[in-house]
Design a protein around this ligand. Structure first.
Ligand code: PLP
Length: 402
């Protein structure tokens, strides 16, 4: 036992030394524009609750009503007996919202990535991911046994080179043999989680069509925000129906919890049979499912449009201050060294403002940053306070993105 503890303590000390030790804070209030932490009220610029729905009365009530009718737990995996009416309703609502033939809900976005990639890809196949995709996609790609290739961030030349290389590996399969041709899957996020920039989705679709490969897009940070119907960046780019696999989470702009995959009926039927994180995991809790279904309804309504307009106003307010033109609620302030990012976050906190320092392994070593997240729950004066505190912390505006 002592050896065990010593070994772990050695590892923890190494993390501390590199300014990489993490500890979850205890927050004594719901996710909202303000958080109560250690008895202090802080302005919150850390949450992915982009539309301010996590603590919305209508959505909370939907969760409460679903619990009242269907209970707290689901009892089993969806295939044993755990798929309840609220799950069916959520999947129908998701498919209708996203304009896809079918949808499947998972207990988290992480589980959706793991399940979908593991179901579709295996030994002998090729997965090509953007350098900055989320850890859930990296983990899924590693776990499924396919050959993993990484293209430079949103770099179409780098991707093309890899696709050409794969094309040369995939020798044609002689007719009549039982060997299957290796599959190739490109995976990208649409709005990147730690930088807030956009993937070149139209060009990615052109490339995957040219090379005859599949495309998976993670809309975690775009769902509810982009596109006329607020489906996401795929819709905004006019690419509905052109992406084989769309994944996302119910936990960001939708303010609930859980993950999803949207696509063809055949895709969803196959995932039900092959996605291990779906098959071997208890179905998502009724409260989360009820909240997510209500959030999808709210996002599509006039309330959703108004929330998005408010979010856009906040983005424009901060962009105007920085003399920049962002179109994203995610504003990274690059610091570099991990220790300096922690100090900057602590200074902001002493001004009553909570902005998290994002460090390795969430971003590369030496690319630590403050990640400011704007939401529809913020008002003009909240941002004025942030701008004032940033001005004090960052004497030049150069550190804000262009
Ligand atoms: C948050 C996130 C996920 C995981 O979703 P969870 O529901 O939190 O597990 C997947 N992809 C991206 C890009 C994310 O930001």
């Amino acid at each position: 036992m002592n050896d065990f503890e010593n070994e772990l303590n050695r590892q923890l000390a190494a993390l501390r030394e590199q300014h990489l030790l993490r500890k979850p804070r205890r927050v004594d209030s719901p996710q909202a524009a303000h958080l109560e932490i250690d008895g202090r009220r802080l302005l919150n610029f850390s949450s992915n609750d982009y539309l301010g729905l996590a603590n919305d009365p209508e959505i909370k009530q939907a969760a409460i009503d679903t619990v009242a009718r269907f209970g707290a737990g689901t009892g089993a995996s969806p295939l044993i007996c755990g798929r309840l009416a609220p799950h069916a309703e959520l999947e129908e609502a998701l498919a209708a919202f996203k304009g896809t033939p079918a949808a499947l809900c998972f207990s988290s976005g992480y589980a959706a990535a793991l399940g979908a990639i593991g179901a579709l890809m295996g030994r002998g196949d090729f997965i090509v991911i953007d350098k900055l995709v989320h850890a859930s996609i990296v983990d899924a790609a590693r776990l499924c046994g396919a050959k993993l290739r990484v293209f430079a961030h949103s770099d179409l030349e780098s991707l093309t080179e890899i696709l050409r290389w794969i094309d040369r590996q995939r020798s044609p399969v002689a007719p009549g043999t039982s060997v299957r041709r290796p599959r190739t899957l490109i995976v990208t996020e649409s709005i990147f989680s730690m930088d807030g920039d956009r993937a070149p989705l139209r060009e990615l679709v052109e490339l995957k069509e040219k090379f005859g490969v599949w495309l998976m897009v993670d809309e975690a940070h775009a769902t509810g925000i982009y596109g006329a119907a607020r489906r996401g960046l795929i819709e905004e780019c006019g690419l509905d129906g052109h992406v084989e696999i769309e994944m996302g989470t119910l936990s960001k702009a939708l303010g609930a919890s859980g993950g999803y995959i949207c696509g063809s009926r055949a895709l969803i039927d196959l995932l039900v049979n092959r996605a291990r994180s779906y098959i071997f995991s208890t179905a998502p809790a009724p409260a989360a499912v009820g909240a997510a279904t209500a959030a999808i309804r709210v996002v599509q309504s006039a309330v959703g449009a108004a929330r998005r307009k408010r979010l856009k106003e906040r983005i424009e307010q901060l962009a105007a201050h920085a003399g920049a033109h962002w179109r994203s609620a995610i504003v990274p302030i690059l610091i570099g060294a991990e220790g300096r990012a922690l100090t900057a976050a602590a200074e902001l906190q002493s001004h009553g403002i909570f902005v998290p320092a994002i460090r390795y392994p969430t971003v590369a070593r030496g690319a630590a940053r403050l990640r400011v997240t704007l939401t529809a729950a913020h008002d003009r004066s909240d941002l004025e306070k942030l701008i004032e505190a940033l001005a004090e912390l960052l004497p030049t505006r150069a550190a804000l993105p262009e």
